[in-house]
Design a protein around this ligand. Structure first.
Ligand code: PLP
Length: 695
């Protein structure tokens, strides 16, 4: 028999598998329990599974041909001519470097916390689809972001699991002689050595910088330990590794990068390092070098609130940059410090702002939705001489969030190789209502199974007996209108808005003819008491006898939970305080799965909403109205929408029990939105508006 383990291993080491449902299905069929145990990690799966068993399972389940087929698909994918090559040309080495503090690629790589990371991950996936000559730079967090467990008291607890790099789809970066490639950075009291791991995402490489080396001091090894943890000193150290270390690595690899994309301000120290190198190479002044490097930096801002931005004290900045400024660049550290200020040379200023550093050094600045760019302009009051803030609205990597059932339906009508662009979705009306409805039912059943199994596992861990475990079958109702709310529990996202009028909510959930149910999920930042209180409040509602089994909370929101939710929910709820949601992307993930959006007109929905695409929750945008009054008004609009529009539409059925008007809405939402709100369009926009404009 042919050795099928080698092609499987090759597939496992490229995250292409994370958006190919057939690969995941093959691992599931080899051994589902082991696949789940591995945390959906094919490298761990293959490394730790008994090889004889593996051969046996492949043979017994006749998986050989399917493995060879996906192996061929994989290579065809890598080799086919793509957008960039057709429109521009095909360079030998990457031209664009994309820097981000987090990357959300797949659930087993815990180096992301939420939306920003998932967006970075999707940016890389779409760059691969489009054949863009781009590399990613990030950090290899040894512990990553926390896993969430809600304890019996209903309180979030955090657990930092080790990212076992030896059993992940990544390689240590080595040179021709197999020695690890390393770079060094001078810190105040030590020289920190940095190594890098490489992740393959289709044709794209992502380099993750790592300081956990035996030659480093113990405290230096911990710089790249966890994501968004620790104090400001830890933060500035991480950002030095990311920005300065990232540039040094690209240089060491010999890449001639033309455009540098700063996804959020965490990587902005790269501006200093680029200037320093340019000065040295061309023997020019700081100001001259700065004015040139400026043209090839692009800064994407993601937060409309000043509190969301990294700010360092002058003392801390001087501690880390005095030697760098004076010995390595040859200017006073004060001069470098002013780069982190918008009103330069203001003697009162004693704070260094990473976003301002990025703004001062980027020719192109963009927000992530139309409304967010407006908000950012107002927030920063940029001087007229500075380039304006434009917008490129966020998207999602559609294929990564499409359920197996949805994919099967689209393949049946559009062919196996259909592309996720506007053209294809225009044909959505050609799919009969029955098939769309069957897809909805299957997606929802899968979600309900997923929820029940999660809760069953949790109960088992808590020592539940057999009788208790039987209760899981009573959780959620496949016939009910299912509404999802899952995102970070930041207070501005108002996870508890639907509970504002408990009586009105209970009326909806207790109807037996027109049942409605809700699924919640999300993590609060470990230091955000407000967010944790919101979670605890929702947990207490899930224990209310009237709401039990109709309102549930899933622990540990991650890409896996997100995927299941966006596949299965009928309606996706989003009710942030306008205009604080920069874009929001989870609502985009439901579209092609046939879910519909009910949202405040904020972020992307401010652009996407029309009565043909979903529903809008009315909001008050007036600072004179108290927050309490605004919440009441907006909660009422939410209930009104559900009572008058959404529930009647969902439960009005034809003689075959199909809600024709509901499906009409699904189809127009797909037709109007799916082709635009995706990272294929988004990355093309970055390419046309910026990357390819750099000389
Ligand atoms: C998509 C996604 C997000 C972002 O959702 P928002 O709507 O922007 O809040 C966060 N976390 C995970 C795991 C996701 O998949």
């Amino acid at each position: 028999m042919q050795n099928l383990i080698l092609p499987l291993k090759e597939i496992a080491f490229n995250l292409y598998w994370s958006w190919n449902p057939e690969v995941v299905e093959i691992f599931n069929e080899i051994n589902q329990d082991f696949w789940n145990w591995s945390g959906h990690n094919p490298v761990k799966f293959l490394n730790l599974m008994n090889e004889e068993y593996l051969h046996h399972a492949i043979e017994k389940k006749h998986l050989g041909e399917r493995i060879l087929n996906v192996y061929n698909d994989f290579h065809n994918y890598l080799n086919k001519k793509k957008y960039f090559e057709e429109k521009y040309y095909s360079p030998d080495s990457p031209l664009i470097a994309y820097f981000s503090a987090e990357f959300g690629l797949t659930e087993c790589m815990k180096i992301y916390s939420g939306g920003l990371g998932v967006l970075s991950g999707d940016h890389l996936k779409s760059s691969s689809d489009l054949g863009l000559p781009l590399v990613g730079i990030g950090l290899a967090y040894n512990h990553g972001y926390f896993s969430q467990l809600i304890n019996k008291q209903g309180w979030q607890t955090e657990n930092y699991e080790l990212n076992d790099f030896k059993n992940l789809p990544i390689y240590l970066l080595r040179d021709d002689k197999f020695n690890p490639i390393q770079i060094e950075i001078q810190f105040p009291n030590s020289i920190v050595t940095v190594q890098a791991w490489v992740v393959h995402i289709g044709n794209i490489k992502l380099y993750l910088l790592d300081t956990s080396l035996p030659e480093n001091r113990v405290e230096d090894r911990r710089i790249t330990d966890i994501l968004y943890g620790g104090d400001n000193e830890k933060r500035i150290s991480q950002e030095i590794i990311l920005g300065i270390g990232g540039i040094r690595l690209l240089d060491k690899l010999g890449y001639d990068i033309k455009a540098f994309h700063l996804n959020e301000g965490h990587s902005a120290f790269l501006c200093f390092e680029r200037i320093r190198r340019y000065m040295k190479k061309h023997n020019v002044s700081f100001t001259e070098a700065k004015s040139i490097c400026y043209y090839s930096n692009i800064f994407t801002t993601h937060t409309p609130v000043p509190a969301g931005i990294d700010i360092f004290s002058q003392d801390l900045f001087v501690k880390y940059f005095k030697d760098y400024a004076e010995k390595e660049i040859g200017i006073k550290v004060e001069e470098l410090f002013h780069e982190g200020d918008l009103t330069k040379n203001n003697p009162e200023n004693n704070k260094f702002n990473m976003a301002f550093l990025a703004i001062n050094n980027s020719n192109f600045i963009n927000g992530v939705s139309r409304l967010h760019a407006d908000t950012s302009r107002k927030m920063w009051m940029l001087p007229d001489t500075r380039s304006q803030i434009e917008y490129i609205t966020n998207g999602i990597h559609t294929q990564s969030y499409l359920s197996g059932y949805s994919n099967a339906v689209y393949s049946r009508y559009f062919g196996n190789d259909y592309e996720f662009d506007e053209k294809i979705w225009k044909h959505i009306d050609e799919i009969p209502d029955d098939d769309i409805w069957a897809m909805r039912i299957m997606n929802k059943l899968k979600l309900i199974e997923f929820c029940r199994e999660r809760i069953r596992q949790k109960w088992i861990q808590q020592g539940a007996d057999k009788i208790k475990l039987k209760e899981v079958t009573g959780i959620l109702n496949p016939k009910a209108l299912t509404i999802g709310f899952a995102r970070r529990f930041a207070t501005y996202k108002r996870g508890n808005l639907i509970f504002r009028n408990l009586e009105r909510l209970k009326k909806l959930t207790s109807s037996s003819e027109r049942p409605v149910q809700f699924i919640f999920s999300g993590k609060a930042h470990p230091k955000d008491e407000g967010g944790k209180n919101l979670i605890s409040e929702i947990i207490s509602y899930t224990r209310d006898p009237d709401l039990k089994n109709k309102i549930i909370f899933l622990d540990n929101y991650d890409i896996d939970v997100a995927k299941n939710l966006v596949e299965g929910c009928d309606v996706w709820l989003n009710n942030p305080r306008r205009p604080l949601e920069a874009s929001g992307t989870s609502g985009m993930k439901v579209i092609a799965n046939g879910g519909l959006n009910l949202s405040i007109s904020d972020g992307w929905w401010d652009e996407a909403y029309s009565p043909e695409n979903g529903w809008k929750i009315d909001s008050i945008i007036n600072d004179k109205v108290s927050l309490d009054e605004r919440d009441n008004f907006e909660a009422n609009s939410l209930y009104d929408n559900l009572e008058k529009n959404i529930i009647p539409l969902f439960f009005t059925r034809n003689s075959s029990d199909i809600p024709e008007l509901w499906i009409k809405l699904i189809k127009s939402s797909i037709k109007n939105l799916a082709g635009y709100f995706n990272t294929g369009r988004m990355v093309r926009e970055y390419c046309d508006k910026f990357y390819m404009k750099v000389k």
